[in-house]
Design a protein around this ligand. Sequence first.
Ligand code: ADE
Length: 231
Amino acid sequence: MIGLIGAMTVEMELVKERMTERKEETISGITFVQGKLEDVDCVAAVSGIGKVNSAMCAQTMILRYQPRLVINTGVAGGTGKGIKIGDVVVAEHVVQHDMDTSALGDPKGFISGIDMIRIPCDNVLNEKVCLAAQRVAGLICHRGIIATGDQFVGSREKLNQLMAEFGAVACEMEGGSIGQVCYINKVPFAVVRAISDNANDDAHMDYPKFLKIAVHKSADLLCALMPLLSE
Ligand code: ADE
């Protein structure tokens, strides 16, 4: 079983439409759709936006379905140089950029409990994601740090900060919390996102304009990935 999590309905509807043998179940307000994607057993859920919603979703999914892998898909704001709208980013690590106990002497982004800043994603899974990306016509794939926080980033000032403090190539609102839950539960995970905007002063205009295009790219990539994950 492979777990697929997207924050918003629009990010998961294409994936769910492409699933067969669907069965639905709702737990704690989150609907989990079990079935096959490209003949591979999956469970897909729309978590809701932000770190708390996505952490609840990931934990519930892991306890109920015991997925062998979790993939967080959807869209992100591109922050790194040369990262363009419509490209794909694959996280090597995720960070929670709004986790800040620096007033107590911790480094910015330090996550107490697991005591780390950068949560590592699964390398073997990432290799397969990049291989799958090569098979989707015209898709450009970047790897690096994805920064998660409970805010939509839409200013040059904030995006410069994310690059300077964390070396982030993209920002979004769920990967870092899903990553924390997966890390604690020892479930390999990946965060794979298509760029809908550049998290800059134009982001509030670009995001609604390019959301659909980006969503299609990440759904196509997920479908290309599935055959590489069948056991
Ligand atoms: N998801 C897509 N674009 C984003 C942005 N600019 N900030 C946070 N999450 C996003």
